[in-house]
Ligand binder design. Structure first.
Ligand code: GLU
Length: 304
């Protein structure tokens, strides 16, 4: 398979479509990125890296980090986690608080903010230096020191964190939160502020395409069955309330972030990261989604 030729073709076709969206503007550090950036990196299971466009430019991975924290925590708590977080798509915006009240403090899934806060709380219960250990873990997955936490993004997330703070207090009122709120929020805002390139992000997702074994870390990160479960969660819950549309149009397990990144896997074939900051009205990168749609159309195989 000529992956380099394939992603270049996709890249040029998407660029020619001149798609327009809107850069997330909830904090100035995200609002001020150059909206025209666009990169794709694909990593096959031999570790070959293919890239086009701005694939080496670090960007704010935001909610994509929820997959990394879930992986760390899933390894420790295993299925016990599911008494604290459900595994159902939400159909609501990522930061919705309404569902949490009528479902009595059990978030719908680990990828909406309420669920991710529970996961970060679990991380704080088991890891002494969660921020450092999360960075080290992602570096290990990528096979190099690549993670940077942007302090300006982190502080800005904190200064605009009313809703996440409200979600954390709400969870605490339902006794689904074990650590001091400020401590967990600091970790959560730091994970949102992680910056990495498409290349490193695709490498960090490689184990999910490879039955839980990372060729870059050279070890089994998750059991085969746990890796399959994370993929199932990404397929059903990884794209805000557009997961169904993404499964229909693209058909790959993946996770997006408001920084415009998408990381996805084709099990037993490759992992891929695409980034372009302009988002559609559901908060998913308009060019990244289109690129993945074209890519899966052009492939001679699919998940299904
Ligand atoms: N920093 C954002 C928040 O928690 C993350 C949003 C996202 O990428 O989904 O509100």
């Amino acid at each position: 398979m000529d992956y380099q030729g394939l992603i270049e073709e996709v890249y040029h076709e998407v660029q020619a479509e001149n798609l327009k969206g809107k850069v997330a503007d909830y904090i100035p550090e995200i609002a001020n990125v150059d909206p025209n950036q666009f990169g794709i990196a694909l990593v096959d299971l031999k570790g070959n890296v293919y890239g086009v466009g701005d694939h080496q430019v670090p960007f704010s991975i935001q909610s994509i980090s929820k997959v990394h924290t879930l992986t760390m925590v899933f390894n420790v708590f295993n299925t016990k986690l599911w008494s604290r977080v459900n595994v159902e798509p939400s159909g609501d915006p990522f930061n919705s608080i309404a569902q949490l009240e009528y479902e009595k403090g059990i978030p719908r899934n680990p990828f909406i903010n309420a669920g991710a806060l529970v996961i970060t709380d679990a991380l704080c219960s088991k890891f002494e230096n969660p921020i450092d250990q999360l960075s080290e873990f992602i570096n290990e997955l990528a096979g190099e020191t690549c993670v940077k936490i942007n302090p300006d993004v982190m502080n800005s997330e904190k200064n605009h964190g009313e809703r996440n703070t409200a979600l954390a207090y709400f969870l605490k009122s339902y006794k689904n939160f074990n650590n001091p709120i400020e401590e967990v929020l600091n970790v959560y805002f730091s994970q949102c502020a992680i910056e990495m390139s498409c290349v490193d992000l695709a490498k960090s997702f490689s184990f999910l395409a490879n039955d839980g074994f990372s060729i870059f870390a050279d070890r089994q990160i998750l059991s085969e069955s746990s890796a399959r479960r994370i993929n199932a969660l990404m397929l059903t819950c990884g794209f805000y309330d557009e997961a169904g549309e993404f499964a229909y149009r693209v058909g790959l397990p993946g996770k997006s972030g408001v920084g415009g990144g998408v990381a996805a896997v084709m099990p037993h074939k490759f992992s891929i990261a695409v980034w372009s900051p302009e988002l559609n009205e559901k908060g998913n990168s308009i060019k990244s989604i289109r690129a993945l749609e074209l890519l899966t159309d052009k492939l001679s195989f699919s998940l299904f």
